[in-house]
Design a protein. Structure first.
Length: 433
């Protein structure tokens, strides 16, 4: 080959060399581009593994579904804490923690129908209860909050948003105190309390007449919608029977000791109630009579009050139960020792009051049993006996020793309290007109 030929050959092949060079360059550049891209993807994956990004991604996605769920449960008959918590999709440990927490609280131990429970559950990771609350009564909730570091709940009582309102109601008794009071919007609780306060001095069957009047000032608790949720204390009451005012003022006379006194500072509580039952009719008085079952005449050593079966019977005074069992002709009977001179007997009961047994201390007005017709009896009634120094006496003719009379400084405080209540009364009456 000569020089010329060689040069000529290169020139001829140069296009080819350039072509090869371009191909190689393209391949290389594509290759590096790919590697770079791969790195980028890898980098992206690595960043995804970064905990913060991961969390924010999770947050973004979890916000699509609610992270927290709130649940309300209204207790129905037969519900237990176990059955309620079992309806939740949470771990067994969570359930156990809940049951352990509620079992420690006395004021929520027993579930009542219509009682409300609220739960807030965090669904993040394993679902957990973050807080819950259980209704204690119409005014209070017991609120439990999960503590941040420990597996336990801290609780506190939360007052519901109820407004206390002082109400004055007055009425003219038409057919009965109960119906008249109901008609003007007084809740049964308040009416019963009113009757209980006067039970020591008034026999509603015999002393109250049509067109007698009454006034009550009492507390009501209203919710945000203005609905009465609960009634509170009676602050003042007046029952005008046959043109005689019987006024009662609520007074806190010693630390936590509250009672009702008339305008002269005399306690409305008598040692014994004249009639230990509400709304009953005196059907047979104390004295000689022909026994309706035995047929012969003998002393009826008590007073009979006819009332429907199941009507509550009250302890006519504070005292200790000395008998609560079957006593032959008297059927189911209760005997109470009030003090050194007085005892009372209540016979023919259908059943005893809750917790009433020998040795139990009872308060005046407390329910000790229910009207029945057990033993020698022709129909549902209460046979009531008063024993004075071991001798059966006529409860209706008894000169009842009166209760406490306020004296000295306490009396002065009572007079101030009385004026305050009288002022409140005139303000409330002014509002009515
Ligand atoms: Zn009798």
């Amino acid at each position: 080959m000569n020089k010329k030929n060689y040069k000529q050959l290169i020139r001829e092949y140069s296009y080819f060399v350039w072509l090869i060079f371009l191909v190689v360059a393209t391949i290389l550049s594509t290759y590096f581009y790919d590697i770079n891209k791969k790195n980028q993807i890898e980098y992206l994956y690595k960043s995804l593994n970064n905990i913060y990004l991961k969390n924010s991604l999770k947050k973004i996605t979890s916000e699509l579904k609610p992270r927290y769920i709130s649940r309300e449960h209204v207790v129905s008959e037969g519900d237990t804490y176990e059955s309620i918590i079992d309806s939740f999709k949470i771990s067994n440990n969570e359930k156990k923690l809940f049951l352990k927490t509620v079992s420690k609280k006395k004021n929520i131990k027993v579930l009542r129908p219509n009682q409300k429970l609220f739960f807030k559950i965090d669904k993040l990771n394993a679902p957990k209860i973050i807080n819950f609350s259980i209704e204690i009564d119409k005014k209070k909730n017991l609120f439990f909050k999960r503590s941040i570091n420990e597996e336990k709940f801290v609780s506190k009582i939360i007052e519901k948003n109820l407004k206390k309102i002082i109400t004055l109601k007055e009425g003219v008794i038409k057919n009965s105190l109960y119906n008249t009071a109901l008609k003007i919007g007084i809740k049964p609780n308040t009416i019963i309390e009113f009757a209980r306060l006067y039970g020591f001095q008034v026999d509603f069957q015999r002393d109250v007449w049509k067109n007698d009047t009454f006034q009550i000032i009492y507390e009501e608790f209203k919710n945000e919608e203005g609905k009465v949720i609960e009634t509170g204390n009676i602050i003042y009451a007046n029952l005008n029977v046959q043109n005689t005012d019987l006024k009662l003022y609520r007074f806190n006379f010693e630390n936590k000791k509250i009672d009702y006194f008339d305008e002269n500072g005399k306690s409305m509580k008598k040692t014994l109630m004249k009639t230990p039952i509400n709304g009953a009719r005196l059907s047979s008085s104390f004295g000689k009579r022909k026994h309706p079952i035995l047929g012969f005449t003998r002393l009826h050593a008590g007073t009979d009050f006819a009332a429907p079966k199941g009507t509550p019977i009250m302890a006519s005074g504070d005292g200790i139960v000395t008998r609560a069992k079957w006593c032959g002709g008297g059927g189911n009977c209760v005997k109470i020792k009030h003090n050194s001179s007085y005892q009372t007997v209540y016979a023919h009961m259908s059943k005893f009051g809750r917790g009433i047994k020998k040795g139990v201390r009872v308060k005046q007005g407390q329910i000790i049993g229910y009207v029945g017709s057990t033993g020698l009896s022709t129909g549902p009634h209460l046979h009531y006996e008063v024993i004075e120094n071991g001798r059966k006496v006529n409860s209706q003719k008894l000169k009842l020793p009166s209760g406490k009379v306020l004296k000295g400084n306490i009396r002065k405080k009572f007079e101030v309290n009385k004026i305050k209540i009288d002022v409140l009364k005139s303000e409330l009456i002014a509002k009515l007109n």
